[in-house]
Design a protein around this ligand. Structure first.
Ligand code: ZN
Length: 139
């Protein structure tokens, strides 16, 4: 079951520069920053209204974020939908014909198991599913 928009991911060239910019926008520093090795990215979360804006900077030249920025520039990268049973949702959506980038959930950082739907099956929008691991703090 899909519960809410957990966060909106924004690809940035420099997390330092963009975190300063968004800190001015929100009037508060990021609540959480983290390096996520599996995604080869550094991330910063700005909570807002039970959801968050996630800034993402690539830490490897061939990462998904680096490729996205090279192709499309900085900007909104994905929408993350929080689910309570990610394995069940993956099975349900695959059964409906949706295509996944990864259909085995990986480490999304921040105590989340994540999987991405391919934008070719979701009107060009990269959709992330996330399930908080037990005990994980949700922003
Ligand atoms: Zn995300």
């Amino acid at each position: 079951m899909i519960h809410r928009i957990n966060h909106i991911g924004v690809a940035v060239r420099s997390l330092g520069t963009s975190a300063d910019l968004f800190a001015r926008l929100f009037g508060a520093p990021p609540a959480h920053t983290e390096h996520v090795e599996e995604q080869r990215a550094d991330i910063a979360f700005f909570p807002v209204g039970g959801s968050s804006v996630e800034l993402i900077e690539s830490t490897a030249p061939d990462s998904a974020i680096a490729k996205f920025i090279a192709k499309r520039g900085e900007g909104i990268h994905h929408i993350c939908l929080e689910v309570s049973d990610i394995d069940g949702e993956i099975a349900r959506l695959k059964g409906l014909g949706f295509v996944f980038v990864n259909d085995v959930p990986g480490d999304g950082g921040h105590g989340m198991r994540v999987a991405f739907l391919h934008p070719s099956s979701t009107n060009g929008v990269l959709v992330e599913l996330c399930e908080p691991m037990s005990g994980a703090a949700v922003p």
